[in-house]
Design a binder for this molecule. Structure first.
Ligand code: PLP
Length: 427
């Protein structure tokens, strides 16, 4: 493949943008080599500035669940933007969006739109602290909740790729308020709550950990956390920025039958435009300004064009059978990859939920962050490049979940598995 144009752009970018990118994982640091620069995207495909085409399993890191440049999403954006790009006063689409989210996710009785997943999570913990009058936050090793100061403590994919336990610039006085425990460890949670349960404002979790590859909750684990939070008066916050509207229409909370107090969203509800949201119990959300004293605001929050793209995407994913089809596609892909690895005699394992998956160069099962870290990442990196050469773009990190969209059809999956067969043979 020729990458001349991408190389030239990256050289220019490196001079002016830290690491040449506007978000770290894009830089290919963990897999090595240089990123390609996108020209356009359509359906399951990304095309770079040199004209190379890739079957895309990143989907802009989650939003593109209906495929890139879906005509219905583009039409909604085009129609809406003709009336103006931002108003700074309320608009009807914000109300429609709030109605859509609260109808799909019953635990969200009220919702506030923001501009990114990061804003959603840092606003949610402000509500947790403000509503409980407590300061401590509990999170899980390997979970990523955006780059808010309180979360950059043992924070999964992007941070882990750089080998940083915490980011410089986060005051230790603040980091000390974030307690981190092991995901899927029942006793670790029980013990922590027994010790300091009365000081915990909220526990925030990726119910399926998509930022340490793709780790699923053990049976009863999320229920256990629900019970601990209830018992100790802490709020349970599901960070569904990745899993929301993906692993089921109503997200992981629907799939596992758990009712969190607060939830955070992003990605899919913006359909590719910059969006986040947080919502939850009415008595909690009513404490957010201006109906209550907990301050949170945004110049572009509820942006009409972003609402239009998100609403069009939400309409697409409410088609009957949408998530069943996504699950089938994910299973065919993962089964095919495992079969191809077996034929090549390579230790390999996949984890999956509808529309998202994890790849591990080790035998299964993978149920903890330690299990995920024991994957042979050097081998993953070689596999990543072998696949890229064959026109398949996987997430450029061994610790990022992959995403499947409704635009990934039988032909794309078959081509991906064939590329994997060839790639495994080169390892
Ligand atoms: N929470 C989770 C679970 C995420 O995966 C991400 C981003 O990938 C975020 C929060 C932060 O979202 P954003 O990148 O939109 O700020």
């Amino acid at each position: 493949m020729n990458h001349t144009q991408s190389h030239d752009l990256f050289t220019r970018a490196l001079e002016l943008i830290p690491g040449g990118v506007n978000s770290p994982v894009r830089a290919f640091k963990s897999v090595g080599g240089e990123p390609f620069f996108a020209q356009r995207a359509e359906g399951a495909y990304l095309q770079d500035v040199d004209g190379n085409r890739y079957i895309d399993y990143v989907g802009s890191w989650g939003p593109m669940i209906a495929g890139h440049a879906h005509p219905k999403v583009l039409a909604a954006v085009e129609k809406t933007m003709r009336d103006g790009l931002s108003f700074g006063v309320p608009n009807a689409l914000e109300v429609t969006m709030a109605e859509a989210i609260t109808a799909i996710v019953p635990s969200c009785e009220m919702v506030r739109m923001v501009n990114s997943g990061t804003e959603a999570t840092l606003s949610a913990i402000r509500v947790a602290r403000g509503a409980t009058g407590r300061n401590r936050i509990v999170k899980f090793e390997g979970c990523y909740h955006g780059h808010g100061d309180s979360f950059l403590v043992k924070a999964g994919s992007g941070v882990m790729t750089l080998g940083l336990p915490n980011s410089p610039g986060v005051p230790s006085a603040l980091a000390d308020l974030t307690m981190t425990i092991a995901y899927n460890d029942f006793d670790a949670a029980t013990n922590l709550f027994d010790e300091i349960g009365g000081e915990i404002a909220g526990l925030i979790i990726e119910p399926i950990v998509g930022n340490a590859n793709c780790i699923l909750p053990r049976d009863g684990y999320l229920q256990h956390l629900r019970e601990l939070c209830t018992k100790h008066g802490a709020l349970l916050i599901f960070d569904e920025v990745m899993t929301g509207f993906r692993v089921a229409l109503g997200g992981a909370q629907q799939r596992y039958g758990i009712t969190p107090d607060l939830s955070t969203f992003g990605k899919i509800i913006g359909g590719g435009m910059p969006v986040g949201a947080y919502g939850g119990r009415r008595d909690l959300m009513a404490q957010v300004a201006p109906s209550g004293p907990i301050y949170q605001a945004g110049t572009l929050s509820g942006n009409p064009v972003a609402m239009a793209a998100g609403l069009a995407t939400l309409e697409l994913i409410q088609a009957p059978g949408f998530h069943d089809a996504l699950e089938r596609t994910t299973n065919v892909l993962c089964d095919g990859l495992e079969q191809a690895a077996r034929e090549a005699g390579i230790a390999f394992h996949t984890t999956r939920a509808p529309g998202m998956f994890g790849l591990y160069f080790r035998e299964g099962p993978v149920e903890t962050f330690e299990d995920a870290k024991a994957s042979d990442t050097a081998r993953f990196n070689r596999f990543f490049h072998a696949m890229l050469e064959r026109g398949v773009y996987l997430a450029p990190s061994a610790f990022e979940a992959g995403f499947v969209s409704s635009a990934h059809g039988e032909a794309e999956i078959a081509r991906t598995i064939e590329a994997a067969r060839e790639s495994f043979a080169t390892l």
